[in-house]
Ligand binder design. Structure first.
Ligand code: NA7
Length: 570
């Protein structure tokens, strides 16, 4: 059945291109660079007024990447790699934004990026075999290929508290922070949310505000970043070893070459376990901690050893023991909600101007003109409220574009019971739609830049293969999609991840199906599966609707253990 174009057919077609890319973050910029290099005409459509994607929007105080600077950067240009100087072990949001703007200028990318262009509809027109994307202003763009580089954490959850419109002060969402910043000096501030974002913002706001009230529903595990300035010597040394280092990252579990300990936490003495965990705590970082033992994310008892280690650190750091207990997570295994990486988070609760308020036992009932009122009647007078309440992760930004495939079906409807993809890259019935870091790929469980480069390179190779065979369309077969989705679920279920109500499982959004969305077999293993599919002539994919596609080979779907229980170190 041919899809009718649902957007106003009279609307002006602003341009026709080989490739339409949505998003000008790390993914969209590299897709533009790589595909333009291959001779395709490319148009990037970006809803923000600047490049940077996630790093454009999330300007809240303390915003910082939880992957180290020299890892969280492009590897495609050795010159760029050598030229750019990072200043700290973990990059701040302003530094990442400067880097990505530099990349846009250095590779002359801006001429093919349209800013302030929010895609409200994306329809595959079966007659012309083109994607037609409609913007909020009604303009339309047509392209043979549609690369969705719209990000995993780009669709923010808006606060829906009753009475919010009556609030007499100012309120802010961390993912839509004012460009000029906010001065909280002398203000009574409330913050809702203690995920990675809240945990980064709380110490910073506490330093400025007159008083900070932290409204916590669920305590989260956090480990120290052990951030520090990067010395010239460290950078020089790393830059000399960059090629080998990048290779190790690509073959690793999480896209960062952290040494995994292959031993089980259950086979060592309590003293040995403590020593290993303490060494990793002192070194800093989330992946470092989660790879302390091979079974931390697959065995509840092993996990509990590490979880109790972190709780002991909380009790040791926070002087008021009632507050310390409130901060100790007990409802999910360590790391099954994204482990937070902080600077001075727990110590912040030793400040006189910080109060932790439990909103699990008494939820926020309403926002009043004066502040916040809890269900038990307690009220907090506030001049400002910060919402760090998270995102409709992984699928939200895709659904926001109202994507319709070959038979006119909304992607949101196709994925009503959870996302179905082949390799996380494509979904049946949506020809020539490529998803960068989509569900079913390592995505949010990896160093995003490593995964982005791998996805874009794989897509570039596929487009070149299509050019060579004269094919117009490609899409996975339903069988290939089913086997990949089953494979992802089976690996996910072999871990403790499905035990948490997290944004990984969609449980932070009312009504979202409970599906563990990322692929947890590891960056190295995933890369190998993608390569096997390509080397087999794109097994599992059909070109121009040809039913003759071969299934994904068994070895690509071979029992790959979850990354976190395998030793994928170089
Ligand atoms: P998260 O990790 O989803 O955290 C959101 C936080 O907001 C979390 O603590 C929630 O508590 C809390 N929340 C949400 N709604 C409410 C209400 N109604 N009342 C009280 N508390 C609420 O989002 P982040 O932005 O911190 O981090 C997302 C990712 O971005 C992060 O993992 C990094 O990868 C970067 P809950 O746990 O649901 O009880």
């Amino acid at each position: 059945m041919t899809t009718e174009m649902r957007s106003d057919p009279g609307a002006r077609l602003a341009g026709e291109f080989d490739v339409l890319v949505v998003g000008a973050g790390f993914g969209g910029l590299y897709a533009l660079y790589r595909l333009r290099e291959l001779g395709y005409s490319v148009q990037v459509l970006e809803q923000g007024d600047g490049v940077g994607g996630t790093w454009y929007w999330n300007r809240y105080p303390g915003a910082r990447c939880d992957v180290e600077s020299m890892e969280y950067s492009y590897s495609f240009s050795p010159e760029l790699e050598q030229e750019w100087e990072w200043t700290e072990r973990y990059p701040t949001q302003p530094e990442i934004l400067r880097y990505i703007n530099h990349v846009a200028d250095r590779f002359d990318l801006r001429r093919d990026i349209r800013l302030g262009a929010r895609v409200t509809e994306a329809v595959f027109d079966g007659t012309s075999e083109r994607w037609v994307l409609t913007l909020a202003d009604g303009e339309r763009y047509a392209g043979r290929y549609f690369v969705a580089a719209s990000g995993c954490l780009s669709s923010r959850l808006e606060p829906t508290f009753e009475g919010i419109e009556t609030f007499g002060g100012d309120w802010y969402h961390t993912a839509a922070w004012p460009k000029g910043g906010v001065d909280f000096t002398g203000k009574r501030v409330g913050i809702v949310g203690t995920g990675s974002t809240g945990i980064q913002a709380i110490p910073q706001i506490a330093r400025q505000a007159d008083h900070l009230y932290v409204f916590q529903r669920t305590p989260n595990f956090s480990v120290p970043a052990q951030n520090r300035p990067l010395s010239g010597e460290f950078q020089r040394d790393m830059k000399e070893r960059y090629r080998a280092h990048r290779k190790a990252a690509r073959e690793s579990a999480f896209g960062v070459p952290v040494e995994p300990n292959p031993r089980s936490a259950l086979t060592v003495t309590p003293e040995e376990a403590h020593a290993e965990l303490d060494a990793r705590w002192t070194f800093g970082g989330g992946a470092t901690m989660m790879l302390a033992f091979a079974d931390l994310l697959s065995d509840e008892r092993a996990n509990e050893i590490a979880a109790e280690f972190v709780r002991a650190k909380i009790r040791e750091t926070v002087k008021d023991q009632r507050t310390a207990e409130m901060l100790c997570p007990t409802d999910h295994p360590l790391g099954t909600k994204r482990i937070c990486v902080d600077i001075d988070y727990y110590a912040t609760y030793n400040r006189d101007n910080v109060t932790l308020v439990d909103v699990r036992s008494a939820p926020i009932a309403e926002i009043t003109p004066a502040g916040v009122r809890l269900a038990d009647g307690r009220g907090f007078e506030l001049d400002a409220i910060v919402f760090a309440i998270g995102f409709d992760a992984m699928t939200g930004a895709l659904f926001d574009m109202n994507v319709r495939g070959r038979d006119g079906m909304l992607l949101e409807d196709k994925w009503a019971d959870g996302p179905r993809t082949c390799l996380g890259l494509m979904t049946a019935g949506y020809p020539n739609l490529f998803i960068i870091t989509g569900p079913g790929s390592p995505s949010v469980l990896s160093n995003m830049v490593v995964s982005i480069e791998q996805h874009v390179d794989w897509i570039a190779d596929l487009l070149a293969a299509m050019r060579a065979r004269g094919a117009n369309t490609v899409e996975p077969t339903r069988e290939a999609e089913e086997s990949w989705s089953a494979h992802c679920t089976q690996i996910g279920n072999s871990t403790l991840f499905p035990r948490a109500k997290s944004w990984y499982t969609g449980q932070n959004v009312p009504g979202k199906p409970f599906v563990f969305m990322p692929y947890v077999g590891g960056v190295g293993a995933y890369r190998q599966a993608c390569a096997e599919v390509a080397e087999g002539g794109y097994t599992g994919f059909s070109f121009d609707g040809s039913p003759a596609a071969l299934p994904i080979p068994e070895h690509a779907l071979a029992q790959r253990p979850a990354a976190i229980v395998s030793d994928t170190s170089p």
